[in-house]
Design a protein around this ligand. Structure first.
Ligand SMILES: Cc1cc2nc3c(=O)[nH]c(=O)nc-3n(C[C@H](O)[C@H](O)[C@H](O)COP(=O)(O)OP(=O)(O)OC[C@H]3O[C@@H](n4cnc5c(N)ncnc54)[C@H](O)[C@@H]3O)c2cc1C
Length: 378
């Protein structure tokens, strides 16, 4: 730090921390930011809904999918464009030129110590600042994905422009009569990346314990083979992606005297695992508050809709394959504004409740019983 007390110290330069540091500096605040690799390009393939891009320039869009599909027993075309972000362009759109950037990895005590030199300290070190442990017991989304040329991926897409969630069960073992009883559901996320390649990712939305990545890789292989994709696509892809998202973020309060932002706090959507669009939006509003001299008690205060989203997570964790397919057929039939409320970290109580009630009502009786049990049990 170049000496003297600063306005804001941001620890962690992922989407949450970088967008906040950049927004605070743009508002004339003195900002210091700390990350072990501050210049590193983010590696995850981030997707958001186009209507969530807000003030970001169009250059941040790597690929635009006008009508992604959800498939369960039925096919649902969503009339809401989805975009994959270009991480280099996104980072460029969140400049750190006026931020005092320091390469370092800080533990909790070192983060707490920043309160002596900064008016506000924001912990944006992500969900697991000490690194992921293989035996992490928290509910998590896991996925295994491959990037392959578009012509290789074509049979997997089955004429869809993009598959946001394809819950059909052609990942099952190919033994005749093999069922899905006792197995956790997973879906195919198949997203063209705009450069002649496609990401094909087998994803378990949420499970306790998390579904092992090796199992997801085996499912992806079987699913793609069943659709006529050469299995070598999985073994020798252009690129691989492994996902592990703790659904409840850090899952413990921030270090005393600091704010937690992004998945270090409660910035993630507990059902979808998404947090990027919300973090980018929240960073701008938080920077406005800090520039006005206001410091909130929490970056993401507990909202009434959070109890419903938590119930939604319980449903996802407990529903079996049939129940999950019925649930997402229900989602596919929702009007667009309720689909948005269910998927958004910012959906309000009335809309989230209406979305969940509508999904429940559309399920068959057996599914309703299962969903009520999954949701209501502690
Ligand atoms: C592969 C993958 C794909 C995903 N895809 C999507 C998606 O499509 N859409 C979506 O909305 N969400 C997605 N997510 C979920 C979630 O939004 C991301 O995890 C997102 O990166 C969270 O942003 P964040 O800034 O809160 O935390 P992080 O991105 O985890 O950033 C934390 C930062 O803190 C730094 N840091 C860590 N420890 C320390 C330390 N001790 N000291 C200092 N700095 C530290 C890290 O270097 C990192 O820069 C995905 C997650 C993964 C893993």
């Amino acid at each position: 730090m170049s000496g003297g007390r600063v306005d804001v110290a941001v620890v962690g330069l992922g989407p949450a921390g970088r967008s906040l540091a950049s927004a605070c500096a743009a508002r004339g605040l003195r900002v210091v930011a700390v990350d072990p690799r501050p210049a590193a390009v983010w590696t995850p393939t981030y997707g958001v809904w186009e209507d969530e891009l807000a003030e970001l320039p169009p250059t941040v869009v790597r690929s635009r999918l006008a009508a992604p599909e959800v498939r369960a027993h039925e096919t649902h075309r969503l009339s809401r464009p989805y975009v994959v972000l270009d991480n280099i362009a996104l980072q460029a759109a969140l400049p750190l030129d006026d931020v005092d950037v320091r390469p370092a990895r800080l533990d909790d005590a070192e983060v707490a110590a920043l309160t002596s030199s900064s008016r506000v300290v924001v912990d944006a070190r992500g969900a697991r600042p000490r690194g992921l442990r293989a035996d992490d017991p928290a509910p998590a989304q896991t996925a295994f994905g491959v990037v392959v040329p578009a012509d290789v991926a074509a049979p997997a897409l089955q004429d869809a422009e993009a598959l946001l969630m394809d819950w059909r069960t052609d990942w099952r073992t190919d033994q005749v009569g093999a069922g899905t009883a006792g197995l956790r559901p997973s879906f195919l996320y198949a997203i063209p990346l705009g450069d002649g390649t496609v990401l094909l990712e087998e994803t378990c939305l949420a499970a306790v314990p998390p579904l092992p990545v090796e199992e997801l890789k085996a499912r992806l292989r079987r699913r793609l083979a069943a659709r006529g994709v050469d299995p070598s696509a999985v073994d020798t892809p252009l690129h691989r992606e492994v996902v592990h998202i703790p659904m409840r973020g850090r899952g413990r309060p921030p270090v005393d005297g600091t704010l937690a932002h992004g998945v270090a706090g409660r910035g993630g959507h507990v059902v979808t695992g998404y947090s990027v669009a919300h973090a980018l939006r929240r960073s701008r509003a938080l920077a406005d508050e800090l520039a006005a001299g206001q410091v909130p008690r929490r970056v993401d205060a507990l909202a009434p809709a959070d109890a419903l989203r938590e119930a939604g997570l319980r449903a996802v964790l407990r529903l079996d394959v049939d129940g999950t397919l019925a649930l997402f057929d229900g989602f596919g039939h929702l009007p667009a504004h309720l689909q948005r409320a269910y998927m958004s970290r910012d959906g309000d109580l009335a809309d989230v409740a209406a979305a969940m009630w509508s999904m429940f009502r559309r399920m068959p009786w057996s599914g309703r019983r299962e969903l009520a049990r999954a949701t209501l049990l502690p």
